[in-house]
Design a protein around this ligand. Sequence first.
Ligand code: BGC
Length: 724
Amino acid sequence: MTTSSPRTWMTTEILDQAKQILSGMSLEEKVGQMTQYDWGYNPINPETGVSQRDLLVEEIRQGRVGSIFNLAGAEQANELQKLIQENTVSRIPLLIGRDVIHGYKTVFPIPLAQASAWNPDLARRTAEAASRESMADGVAWVFAPMIDISRDPRWGRIAESIGEDPLLTGEYAKAWVEGSQIDDGAGQATASCPKHYAAYGLAEAGRDYNTVDLSDRVLREVILPPFREAVDAGALSIMASFNEVNGIPACANEYLLKTILREEWGFEGIVASDYNALQELITHGVAGSEEEACERSILAGCDMDMHSGFYMRHLPKLVREGRVPESAVDESVLRILAVKIKLGLFEQPYVTVPTEEAAAEARASFIELAREAARESIVLLRNEGKTLPLSKQGASVAVIGPLADNRKDPLGCWAFDGNPEEVVSLLEGIRQAAGAASVHYAEGCSMESDSEEGFEAALEAARQADVVVLALGEALEMSGESRSRTSLGLPGAQRKLVEAVAALGKPVTAVLLSGRPLALPWLQEKADAIVQAWHLGVQSGHAIADVLFGDYNPGGRLPVTFPHNVGQVPIYYYRKKTGRPPGGVYSSYYIDSTTEPLFPFGYGLSYTQFEYSDITADRTSIAADGKLTVSVTVTNIGERVGEEVVQVYLRDEVASVTQPLKKLIGFSKVSIGPNESAALTFKVGMQQLAIIDQHMKLIVEPGDFTLWIGPNSSEGQSITVKVV
Ligand code: BGC
């Protein structure tokens, strides 16, 4: 839990200006500001022949819309802004939004991949690049970052997340908010929208939109810390989630939106609902009518209605009838106006399109960044007998699998502004990197079909080669929103393809391009090397080839636990002890599976090895408000320079409420040359030691604390310190 206070961006000047504008607005205009529509939703009414967009344009002309999203293109954005400037009295510019999740035109690795870099600063840079590109297309509001703690790989939206850990997600949340909220100094700026507030990632059974049930303790210990980081970093808005929390869907949940967000955290920005979430209050069965849904949302503190149109249809009447005080509307509108003022939209409602030259220059640097980000996102999971890196000196390579000659799927989910033509496929990347090595390609099988027709060609390619690279995994449509799976295996005939190729006895490297952790314990037997490459964006092929041929030494670490099988899910390192001691029939275990993960949180290999030594604390006992420093020496005992992610975990041995077996309290990524050492120190104080007690108060309790420093959540050397 953070104890810092939020960054105040709403200055007296901004607030005064917002109040001034508000004082001249009619009730309809005010509610218009609280209304947002999807520009991309454009059915034609069969009876009237009128399109939804025509109706929307008319609403905009009348000043009855505060925000739209899914519009891309500076020209169109400027036309709509002009409509407002020329036809309305208040001339309040539109806030134009978009899901800019991992890049815009330049598609970067999916967030779960970027999280594998354990490098929040990298995410800050990709987020900034994405905002620069989308801003040039008229987008001033990016619906990112997605910071839902995700412990269930069945849930397709795990791809959009930073994984399972509150600290790692919090560090990324902060960097992502700072990176995506840019100001070009010439009148244009962007706002971020951390989402989905809150606990959307805990959908039961990993089925998207399913019921969420969690304790206030889990909410506050696990789910909220990243949102708090985002708020403290100055996020100008936040998106309320679809799911219920303690029986009340988020956009009608006063405890979430008022008590925690406004009162405890001092959040000043806009709370937007998720898509049609007001309508969903009716489907959830907590509102009997559109009017009631409106009333519940506004009174709970939801400022903006995404797409349902309920606010516009009912709120003016509800205010006139006295069911909703106008002051509630005013508060929401003030916040929306304040964000628009902060972004400079009143001074500069129109988008300035960069010159072609400037755009090309920026693009080139973004593509370079895409390769850097993609390389850092790759996790080496297995490397028996130093199968990798591959030699460029003449050994021939067979490249096989449905994700090899494939430019579409590496884009990943939520990449609708990306262009598959710009993606470097793995085959292309390998061909360019292979040097003197010859490359033989065969698809082997398609992504999802069970047909084995292509196997013979694949075996032939493998026979001609010295080593085999298998490109396996998931299509981009298999992760993201509404893409839950009950199986975590390879779809279609891919497993059979692996088995057939492996039977030839050549060294096999499996490259997994997926939007989620896959449960493939059997692959350990079949592949000498395994590379988790996720969906890496436009530079996918180059980045993977850089790793395969050793031009880049992989340093990624898993931001999420990999299970052996679906039955273990949810499996995550931040788990409680249970009352059962290990061992014996009545301990907490499965009769048909291990309870251990396939790969633990924080895991990843390198082409070099690191040794940990000299773990010490500068004092072994401190007062509850004291601080200590733990230090460690990490030595690169291999032959090449490499990056290690040094991780610090803590356990409160005896506390008044149950505690996780381990919790990540710090990490540091360092690059160390061969035979060199790095000395690292980590501060441990109240922020790391505090627990939430039975009265939900943050306190440090006396007693023993174990600290581990190591390469992942399952390994490491420990020391004990005492709080007195
Ligand atoms: C998703 C949000 C997204 C919104 C707008 C919803 O279905 O849950 O993440 O921002 O649509 O596209």
